[in-house]
Design a protein around this ligand. Structure first.
Ligand SMILES: [Zn+2]
Length: 355
């Protein structure tokens, strides 16, 4: 009996281990045992930024959600004049594409060009946090004079990975940046990932996804190098802003079916522009569902913003930090995360802890 009980305990421990390995965060493959949302959350986000530098305008009517899922450049020069940008040349400001992690519903499709599986899924509370951070980084960049496109209009939009890459490719973005966090990892885990990877014994690995006929290797050396430099720059800025060491790393998707095996995020693989993928460990007090604090979101957002502005300086006049964009982050994040303000709402259970 005792032996049988021990065996049962061992089986239970093994099962717990397997489940832990599969559980939340971007690090995991699938939403196994992920809690269901109580009701479909009404996340509403105005695609048009408020006037840069101005205080929030609560008297504005609640924006009607736009049904279109196709991301649109919301920062055409005429639509979004920036008081801080005084371009002296006719060249348009650099376009930055911000890619908030995950989709509102599970996506299982195949990229026609490569045959790679295009798989994504909701991930709570990450999907809300990274959308708020992305939206506010975007607002900050616009304030400082950049053009910005987000790959999603609202937190729970569903946009495939190939479609996200296309947004940056079609816009000929100077840089694209994916924003993720990982509630299965503590705050010691902070990373940027480039399209070049990192050296192993002085050599770079091939950066790829897939097997057999669909194995696809990232082959644009110039873009890979630019991505590597941007990933290092953003890692430095994030280290300063977050007060934690942020390292340039190489990802691994192998053994995480149905994700394609390999070492490069699909959005980066399908991109024709430099793309930096970001992760931030977000486990709070041992809980995988408790939201990040506003202070943590602000530090992450500031690192991203300052890093992007350092990686892609404005041609006319680089932003002196902290610029107006960085200074406005906290107000933006508090506004974005507060339910009922008309811009964005999220289920109370995912409201940020503390501020
Ligand atoms: Zn993620």
């Amino acid at each position: 009996m005792a032996a049988r009980r021990r065996a049962a305990r061992r089986r239970a421990a093994l099962l717990a281990l397997v489940l832990t390995a599969l559980l939340p965060g971007c690090g995991s493959a699938e939403p196994v045992a992920r809690p269901q949302l109580p009701t479909p959350p009404q996340t509403v986000f105005s695609p048009e930024p408020t006037t840069p530098g101005a205080s929030p305008t609560p008297s504005l009517p609640t924006p009607v959600p736009t049904p279109a899922l196709t991301p649109v450049d919301t920062a055409s020069p005429s639509a979004s004049p920036s008081p801080t940008a005084t371009p002296t040349s006719t060249a348009p400001a650099p376009l930055i594409v911000i890619d908030p992690g995950h989709s509102g519903r599970s996506i299982r499709s195949t990229d026609r060009a490569t045959g790679l599986r295009d798989v994504d899924y909701p991930n709570y509370p990450e999907i809300y946090e990274t959308f708020d951070v992305s939206a506010c980084v975007g607002e900050g960049l616009r304030t400082d004079g950049y053009r910005v496109t987000l790959t999603k209009r609202r937190a729970l939009d569903s946009v495939g990975l190939a479609a996200r890459a296309k947004v940056a490719n079609d816009g000929r973005a100077a840089l694209a940046v994916s924003v993720h966090d990982d509630h299965s990892q503590g705050p010691g885990f902070q990373a940027t990932y480039s399209q070049r990877g990192v050296t192993h014994d002085g050599k770079y690995h091939a950066m790829y996804r897939g097997t057999g006929g669909s194995r696809t290797v990232f082959s644009d050396a110039a873009v890979a190098k630019a991505s590597e430099q941007a990933a290092a720059t953003i890692a430095r800025a994030r280290s300063d802003a977050q007060g934690r060491k942020v390292s340039a790393r190489e990802n691994s998707f192998t053994g995480r079916a149905p994700l394609e095996p390999g070492n490069l995020a699909i959005v980066q693989l399908l991109a024709k522009v430099p793309w930096v993928y970001n992760e931030a460990g977000a486990k709070v007090g041992g809980s995988t569902t408790r939201a990040m604090s506003i202070a943590t979101e602000e530090a992450y957002a500031k690192g991203l913003l300052v890093g992007i502005e350092a990686a892609v300086p404005l041609p006319a006049r680089p932003v002196t930090q902290p610029g107006a964009g960085a200074k406005g982050l906290r107000r933006c994040l508090v506004t974005a995360a507060t339910p009922g303000d008309g811009r964005a709402t999220r289920p109370a259970r995912y409201a940020p802890a503390g501020s």
